[in-house]
Write a protein that binds this ligand. Sequence first.
Ligand code: SF4
Ligand code: SF4
Length: 194
Amino acid sequence: MRSDTDIQQDGKVLSDRVLEKTGVAVARCYQCGKCSAGCPLASEMDFPPSQIMHLLQLGDFPEMAEKALRSHTIWLCLTCEICYARCPMEIDIPKVMDALRHESLAQKKVNPKARGILAFHRAFLDSVRYTGRLFEMGQVIDYKLRSGHFLQDLLQAPWMFFVGKLHLLPERIRDRRLLGRIFARIAKTRENRP
Ligand code: SF4
Ligand code: SF4
């Protein structure tokens, strides 16, 4: 029996959707574990990268796809590509992780421990969207409001301000319309994804 997690309107299991989005066939993984052995964040992950591949291979069991989509791993992945470089089957794991993050967001299955990471991503992107640059002060405030981590790293702020790393006002690029067009194009590409 398959659940909504595993099958969407198109009737495809998660590994099929990953294949369609990325061109990466996780079925080729033979579980040698070289990716996990080289991953700098494996010790922090709930499932090391080779286990994520295994969960996808077991896509006929809905709870396995569910575990992959709800994992903390997919949000910790740095896209450093060490796993990809080590894999004897040349499986592009960072691409798979990216596709899983999209699925996890779309299905509202983000691991609660990843909320801070997501808040940081969104604060960063908003800063770029509205100014064309990284406005650190704005990003910090945005991140704290989104994450609720109000006291985190607070003692660093005076020092960063003193050495000129935090500015009170943002610098903006001149052609903000161009920036708007870039973001609109990205949004359209995402809409058209399978
Ligand atoms: S290195 Fe490649 S083949 Fe080996 S477990 Fe990782 S993904 Fe699978
Ligand atoms: S790309 Fe992600 S999964 Fe691969 S080694 Fe780097 S952090 Fe680990």
